[in-house]
Design a binder for this molecule. Structure first.
Ligand SMILES: Nc1ncnc2c1ncn2[C@@H]1O[C@H](COP(=O)(O)OP(=O)(O)OP(=O)(O)O)[C@@H](O)[C@H]1O
Ligand SMILES: [Mg+2]
Length: 481
């Protein structure tokens, strides 16, 4: 049963109030405690404590008072004029004891406030969803309901390194996605966060990358084959044609590089209507480029698993991890591009996918200011987000930073309609202040959240204001799937 803790003070509105705590209750009520306000104007209101304050009128500072004099002389002034307050942010009015709606009635001063204890379950007022995520802060039995229909409005998980993003994803988000009927493809950038925990893993160099993406990659390592980006690029075109014409995959790197090089050379030499000195220049650029496109580079693209096979595999296994631990960044981006291009094509053909794509280390793919291959991956993620809302593709992006240099590309971030925000980086304080202003969550709180604690906000959250959640990890739980 909820226990009385205090009454509402003067100045309450329909969305915000202050509770004056009964004597001793300051030891029981904590930041983020959930409370029930029995509004004397009618209705029961669910609210959360955010930001408390201890006040003692004899100890006011700013001018010299007898109390200050007492303190100065190491004596303890009277605590008779001492009391404690908590700000209350309203979640909503409880309707028929089963749901909440926006509270529209002014909360009457002197209304009684009660705190829920472990045995109550105020989460029932947020809806009786089959699907839940983690539990309310400090209350392992209060599972947080989620709104399934917004899963494909995409999810962002933010927090500094070590805040628990990958754990939250592994222990809570992926199982939730499975329950909601999604097959899950995980891009495991580091190869250590997911690969060891799921049965089905593919190392990314086994995956076939389409010729267009290979050309983008070669362009990125050769300064665009010696051409300006907007300029017509006959060398790139020749190499691309060569990649298409010769059967270079599934061979050893030496042979396949040679095949492509020779074919590109002959394409340039036999081009009709091109002046000899222009051809010589093009051949020089081809040779210079192939100094960068070494056998080692070719080695990266000899994979033969087609993107459709990946989709077939995830359909069969439910969860598939792409282990990207070995190899260089642009190669990883190339593999990613190859896979998501295929998903995009399926959606453009109006196929409903019911697939979730987990992208850990999001800024590697879509940073604040994308360069080179990142531009391609950023654009395609934005396209996937838009198509995904109609065709059942959910994108889950993890990032250490929210905004600015350490953050995720802002156009991508705008598409992540549900967010989990853990401990933030000091560089994100400005971003945190925006949250603070809207929801009374102080930037200090966000800067000091313990690992495994996240504010849950956005479309999937049935509560209109963010809720602080956590989750239990079970070290014996090895194979999640
Ligand atoms: N709910 C939890 N309860 C207890 N400990 C946790 C919880 N979640 C995470 N941790 C601890 O925090 C550590 C870091 O978690 P995790 O690897 O998920 O961080 P991360 O945010 O993904 O960091 P990075 O950005 O470096 O990848 C874990 O090794 C684990 O010990
Ligand atoms: Mg991680």
């Amino acid at each position: 049963m909820p226990a009385p803790i205090g009454i509402i003070s003067s100045g309450a509105t329909e969305s915000y109030a202050i509770v004056i705590l009964y004597d001793g209750m300051e030891k029981k009520v904590e930041n983020e405690s959930l409370v029930l306000i029995k509004n004397k104007n009618g209705g029961k209101v669910l609210a959360v404590c955010r930001g408390g304050k201890g006040i003692n009128d004899s100890l006011r500072t700013g001018s010299f008072t007898p109390g200050v004099a007492y303190a100065k002389s190491r004596r303890v002034p009277s605590s008779v004029k001492e009391y404690f307050l908590f700000n209350l942010q309203v979640i909503g009015e409880i309707v028929d004891d089963k749901g909440i709606s926006q509270n529209r009635i002014i909360i009457a001063p002197t209304s009684q406030v009660e705190v829920f204890d472990e045995d109550d379950n105020p989460m029932q007022y947020l809806g009786r969803s089959e699907l839940t995520i983690g539990h309310y802060w400090g209350r392992p039995s209060w599972k947080i309901p989620v709104l399934k229909e917004y899963i494909n409005y995409h999810i962002g998980v933010f927090g500094v390194t070590g805040s628990g993003k990958s754990y939250l994803t592994r222990y809570e988000i992926i199982p939730l996605l499975r329950k909601a009927g999604y097959d899950v493809i995980i891009m495991d950038w580091k190869g250590s966060d997911y690969s060891p925990y799921f049965k089905s893993t593919i190392t990314f160099d086994k995956i076939k990358i389409d010729n267009q993406t290979v050309i983008k990659y070669f362009g990125s390592i050769t300064k665009n084959f010696g051409y300006y980006e907007r300029e017509e690029n006959p060398v790139a075109a020749a190499v691309e044609t060569a990649l298409r014409q010769v059967d270079w995959r599934g061979k050893d790197a030496h042979t396949s590089r040679n095949l492509v090089y020779q074919r590109a050379r002959s394409i340039i030499m036999n081009a009709p209507g091109v002046k000899e000195d222009t051809k010589t220049l093009q051949l020089n650029r081809l040779d210079a480029s192939f100094e960068q496109i070494t056998e080692e580079e070719f080695e990266r693209f000899l994979g033969t698993i087609e993107p459709w096979e990946i989709v077939a595999e995830v359909r069969e296994k439910g969860v598939l991890v792409i282990d990207m631990s070995k190899g260089i960044k642009d190669q990883k981006l190339a593999v990613f591009t190859a896979i998501v291009k295929y998903l995009k094509r399926l959606m453009e053909n109006k196929q409903v996918l019911n697939i979730a794509l987990v992208i850990d280390e999001g800024p590697q793919y879509a940073p604040w200011q994308p360069r080179g291959m990142e531009r391609e991956t950023t654009d395609i993620i934005i396209d996937l987000c838009a198509l995904g809302r109609s065709y059942g593709l959910s994108i889950i992006i993890l990032s250490q930073g929210m905004a600015g240099e350490i953050g995720l590309n802002s156009a991508v971030r705008r598409n992540l309609n549900t967010q989990f925000i853990g401990r933030i980086h000091p560089l994100d304080v400005e971003e945190a202040q925006k949250l603070a202003a809207s929801y009374y969550i102080s930037p200090e709180t966000l800067l000091t959240l313990p690992e495994g604690h996240f504010y849950f906000l956005g479309r999937m959250n049935p509560s209109p204001i963010p809720l602080l959640i956590s989750f239990q990890i079970d070290s014996t739980r090895k194979d999640t799937v």
